[in-house]
Design a protein around this ligand. Structure first.
Ligand code: IMP
Ligand code: MG
Length: 189
């Protein structure tokens, strides 16, 4: 049988952001975006799969007509630190020529993922404008110089799960964001 929600929660050593905090932060970001893009032609491009929950909640806080799209990449390949390579899982890129694009990801860490996506969209999709939004940003030295235009929370250099963020494909459905207990991290394999 699968693990129930209570036992999933108990795998967290510490909760960093509960549902209320996340909701409030996203509401504020949505309000800012609504003001900034008034009269624009907005497309939000979510980075799969981690950005899905953030996308779903953020677009409902944006009071403007908009389109949504997605792009699928991986940079972790199962562990708790960035692999250094960004793999695009699809050849189809979002159709956003002449549009105002915000690329949305769950977390900014080394910067490689966001930089690679922004670069491809800028050069291959010809948007009118291009910005980025992340729910979390790690306070670390970036491997690539990139910062998000909209950022929810800054955190230290620790591995977090929940609200879209996974460890080996799991924990994305946790409604809170927290630090996984060491005993649930298996770095060996
Ligand atoms: P970057 O390319 O190193 O900036 O990493 C960004 C990607 O790595 C994000 O899209 C996440 O999928 C993943 N990632 C980075 N830090 C964490 C974390 O603490 N928990 C889960 N996934 C993370
Ligand atoms: Mg990701």
């Amino acid at each position: 049988m699968g693990i129930d929600n209570a036992s999933l929660d108990s795998r967290l050593e510490r909760i960093l952001f509960d549902q209320g905090k996340i909701r409030q932060c996203i509401a504020e970001m949505g309000k800012r975006i609504s003001e900034d893009y008034e009269g624009g032609d907005l497309t939000i491009v979510a980075v799969l799969q981690g950005g899905v929950l953030f996308l779903a909640d953020l677009i409902r806080e944006i009071r403007l007509p908009l389109r949504m799209d997605s792009i699928s990449v991986a940079s972790y390949h199962g562990g708790t630190s960035s692999s250094g390579t960004v793999t695009f899982h699809q050849t189809r890129l979002p159709e956003v020529e002449g549009r105002d694009v915000i690329v949305l990801d769950d977390i900014l860490d080394s910067g490689r993922t966001l930089a690679a996506i922004l670069d491809r969209i800028r050069t291959e999709c010809r948007p009118r404008s291009l910005r980025s939004a992340v729910l979390l940003s790690k306070r670390v030295e970036r491997a690539v110089p990139v910062e998000a235009d909209y950022c929810g929370f800054e955190i230290g250099d620790e591995f977090v799960v929940g609200y879209g963020l996974d460890y080996r494909g799991e924990y994305r459905n946790l409604p809170v964001i927290g630090v996984l207990r060491r005993e649930w991290i298996d770095e060996g394999i």
